[in-house]
Design a protein around this ligand. Structure first.
Ligand code: HEC
Length: 148
């Protein structure tokens, strides 16, 4: 038995390949069209569509999770029908707020960290730890970010 590398027939033969020169126009055409396609797609590239759909799904999941975690027993939260609590601050217009708990800049990552464990973000926070998973927290933070 011989190794494929030892076998001359395995190697492409020069006379099977098109002439170097004849490939050039084809290559230019291929490069040009792929560039046009890339520019033409712009922001509507398939990945960005998937991303938009993903975040819309995350917002929807977040809304459901806010009901499930019963955030509304303390907070009034627009769009969540059973969230009419008055013992904590209303989350109306939360997407426009500059700070979380008046202390932490309101960014999605900081907000989801707050939801996982408020005291890790602000030791004096009066919101209790609710055993929220990081994935659930991100979805809920995305929902709260839509509140204008
Ligand atoms: C037991 C009552 C209680 C529950 C349940 C509760 N929170 Fe809170 N929450 C608070 C209190 C009290 C504060 C004020 C904390 C502070 O500033 O120290 C707060 C603060 C917040 C803030 C910051 C508000 C602001 O004005 O900056 C957000 C956002 C928030 N909660 C979201 C949630 C979400 C989402 C849930 C459900 C996962 C939830 N909370 C469940 C009591 C609660």
């Amino acid at each position: 038995m011989s190794c494929p590398a030892d076998d001359n027939d395995y190697m492409p033969q020069a006379d099977h390949l098109p002439e170097r020169g004849s490939l050039r126009p084809v290559l230019y055409w291929a490069v040009l069209t792929s560039a046009i396609v890339a520019v033409g797609c712009g922001s509507e590239a398939p990945e960005s569509k998937a991303l938009k759909a993903g975040s819309a799904q995350s917002v929807l999941r977040g809304k459901t999770l806010i009901s499930q975690y019963q955030c509304g027993s303390c907070h009034t939260i627009p769009g969540v029908s059973d969230a009419r609590g008055l013992t904590a601050v209303s989350l109306e217009g939360f997407g426009r707020r500059s700070y979380i708990g008046g202390r932490i800049p309101n960014q999605p990552s900081a907000l989801s960290a707050w939801l996982v464990d408020p005291h890790s973000q602000a030791p004096s926070a009066t919101m209790p730890y609710l055993a929220v998973s990081p994935a659930d927290a991100m979805d809920m933070a995305n929902y709260l970010g839509t509140l204008q």
